[in-house]
Write a protein that binds this ligand. Structure first.
Ligand code: SAH
Ligand code: SF4
Length: 378
């Protein structure tokens, strides 16, 4: 069977790369600037609708390139307004993007994934149980945000104050600092003022603690940093987050102290999953205060979101509240992140696993009924 060579998508190229692509087909840098506006300010996906570009040029572009989004395979809308999209990429892999509206406000955060699965195997994290892993490309990362804007019809780019999709949190599936180059390119596209225009102050990147990459992240991107801490001793952290064996707490806290741009106005968020009987005592809270002493810190206490087969339980609300009070009495912000979208499988990685499971079940049923497996193109 003949295969038509896949056309290259222009999404996810840096400005320099886009300019180089245009040069390769004999076009001046101006063409890249024009396209940037159409793709990232207007959200246009069809060259034929790019009215400031001549018909001849539109056809030439369409001959070589596409401007595509990942395909929305499933959308789920929670009773609390949280929306979750399962996106399918060209190779058939899937990842999740979630929009979490701020309660009572016309704005909210898009939570984007950076890998299919994750190579780290944090014990409490569902994504860590997924075997297949690959890095998402810059196009796939920026495409998640763009798919969200499509769903809300937020094109052309609205004013900073008039956006439902106002903030970005890099807290979906995967470890962003293990896919830094693609994440950086994608975030630079999101931050570009002539396109999507999300200020770096409205972007937070969460890491499990990839110490050698943290400084570069701050220097190059200047985004807010969140660190998945989850334990106050190496003994416990080693057990629940294997990355701690590589980069133990002392080194992690030092990297936090040196994070470029951190200040009292821009604090580092320490995420802390509350696991019953593991890390949720009053003594743990006091040890946590000691650990972050001298750092511009705030906390995010996350009641563990259970999933089938996980070995932990959620701390009871009384312990979570007591833990939060200890941190707050010491002068820190320590909100308890209320579980959102529980009714739509909100735990990180759960929707993708659910989709894989469904496929396996369907395949088994077909096999049992003697039906041959279907072959989709992707
Ligand atoms: N890999 C990065 C970013 C993605 S994980 C990191 O670990 O920081 C985003 C956040 O979700 C992390 O703080 C992670 O610890 C948390 N998380 C993972 N599984 C969870 C669960 N079952 N319940 C609550 N939070 C969870
Ligand atoms: Fe990976 Fe983050 Fe999940 Fe750990 S918590 S397995 S680093 S996605």
């Amino acid at each position: 069977m003949d295969t038509i060579p896949a056309k290259k998508t222009l999404i996810g190229l840096s400005r320099a790369e886009l300019t180089a692509e245009m040069a390769a087909i004999g076009e001046k840098p101006f063409r890249a600037k024009q396209l940037w506006h159409w793709m990232y300010n207007r959200g246009e996906t069809d060259f034929a609708a790019m009215s400031s570009i001549s018909k001849v040029m539109q056809a030439k572009l369409a001959e070589h390139f596409v401007v595509r989004r990942p395909k929305v395979e499933r959308e789920m809308i929670s009773a609390d307004g949280t929306r979750k999209w399962l996106l399918k990429f060209d190779d058939g892999n899937e990842a999740e993007t979630v929009f979490i509206p701020d309660l009572d406000e016309d704005r909210g955060s898009v939570c984007i994934s950076t890998q299919v699965g994750c190579t780290l195997t944090c014990k409490f994290c569902h994504t860590g149980t997924q075997l297949l892993v690959r890095n998402l490309t810059a196009a796939e990362i920026v495409g998640q945000f763009m798919a969200g804007r499509d769903a809300y019809g937020e094109w052309p780019t609205p004013d900073d104050t008039g956006r439902m999709l106002s903030n970005v949190v890099v807290m979906g599936m995967g470890e962003p600092l293990y896919n830094f180059e693609n994440v950086a390119t994608a975030l630079e596209i999101l931050m570009d003022g002539e396109g999507i225009g999300i200020s770096r102050r409205r972007i937070t990147l969460s890491t499990s603690g990839v110490v050698p990459m943290m400084k570069l992240c701050g220097e190059r991107l200047g985004v807010n940093l969140a660190v998945s801490l989850h334990a106050v001793t190496d003994e416990i952290r080693d057990r629940i987050m294997p990355i701690n064996k590589k980069y133990p707490l002392k080194e992690l806290m030092q990297a936090c102290r040196e994070y470029p741009g951190a200040s009292n106005a821009r604090r580092i968020t320490f995420e802390y999953i509350m696991l019953k009987g593991v890390n949720d005592s009053a003594a743990d809270a006091h040890a946590l205060l000691k650990l972050v002493k001298g750092l511009p810190a705030k906390f995010n206490l996350i009641p563990f979101n259970p999933w089938p087969g996980s070995e932990f339980e959620t701390s009871d609300m009384k312990s979570v509240k007591a833990f939060s009070d200890i941190l707050q009495d010491a002068g820190y912000a320590a909100p308890i992140r209320m579980p959102r979208g529980r009714d739509i499988l909100a735990a990180c990685g759960q929707l993708r696993s659910d989709s894989l499971r469904e496929k396996a079940t369907r395949a088994k049923a077909r096999a049992a009924a003697g039906i041959e497996d279907e072959h989709h193109g992707g």
